[in-house]
Every structure is written in C-alpha cells, then in structure tokens.
Design a protein around this ligand. Sequence first.
Ligand code: ZN
Length: 198
Amino acid sequence: MEYYSNQINRLIEELARLPGIGAKSAQRLAFYLLNQPKDNVRQLAETIMDAREHICYCKECFTLTDRELCPICSSSQRDHSTIMVVENTRDLAAYEKTGKYDGVYHVLHGAISPMLGIGPGDIKLKELMTRLQQDISEVIIATNSSLEGETTAMYISKLIKPTGIKVSRIASGVPVGGDLECIDEVTLLRALEGRVEL
Ligand code: ZN
C-alpha cells in the first residue's frame, strides 16, 4: 500500500540519494520542505542550481571555485613554492581553518583505490606533475591516513622523488582511518608541523 502520493515519494527518493541521508531522514527533509513557504524552497533550489552551474575547478590547484583561479592561488601573500596535496576541497578547508599554512594546495579529488577500481589516472595526479615543472621547493602530502590515502601518498612520493623536489608526509598524529575534516585544528597543525621527509 502506498502511503504518499507519487510526487512526495519522488521527492523522498531524490533526497535519499544524498550522501548520509537514509530513508527516515529523507522523509523528514521532504516534509520539512513541503511545509516551508514556496519562496524559501525556490531560493534553496535556485542556490543549488546556481552553485552547480558556476562552480568549476581552479585551473591551478583544482579546488572547487567560482573563478578561473581560486582566492588562494591568486593571492600574492601565499608561498607558491610549497604545495600541499589533499584529497578533496573539504580537506583543504580543514587546513585553511588552522590559519597557519601559507603555501598553496593541490586537490586530487579522490585517492587511489585498487579495490574500488580508482587508479592514478582517475585523480588529478598528472595535473600535479605538470605543476611541478614550475619552481617548487616542497610537496607536502596530506592525504588521509586510510589505506587509500597511504597508497596514494606512496605512489606520489615515488613519482616526485626523481625530480629532486623535497617530498614530505604529514605526521601520523592524524588517527589511522581518520577523515581529515573531522579532526580538530590543533591535531592538524601538529601533523603539519611534525611532517617527515619521504
Ligand atoms: Zn587554486
């Protein structure tokens, strides 16, 4: 027996596709939205569409941005010879929150995972190697300490080693399997400061 009309079911199904949203949360969100004034819902929908249409990759570091060059890459205050390699834009934001890192970033958009069939060609690795042809003094690998993150770190360090550029890995103060964005700023800072050369 169907409890809800088709359109309500469709809304619940669409919401349930979002990461971390189960069937119950999807129902709660659906009814919340349906009880909101139409203008509020329209504004939310338009904000989502606007973001989706205007957000692109920074042509330098590949973070998500609404400009050709993100604010970090276009800043003259940053040290453009130090690149921190992170898995995604949320990890970049976590390091930015510490306010203590003044280099630039490179966002891989994933990590190598043989199990999930994600190879080096599926993340922004070629793009990183291209950037290294500029005047770079250090690459800090700050991928997660998960199996995938470690595999990626090892792969990258092997690629970079022959270039003679200094490669370091953030300290293992970051708990194993830890998602970078869930870790507090002090721990992140300690991991960054205690990085070891590979
Ligand atoms: Zn950038």
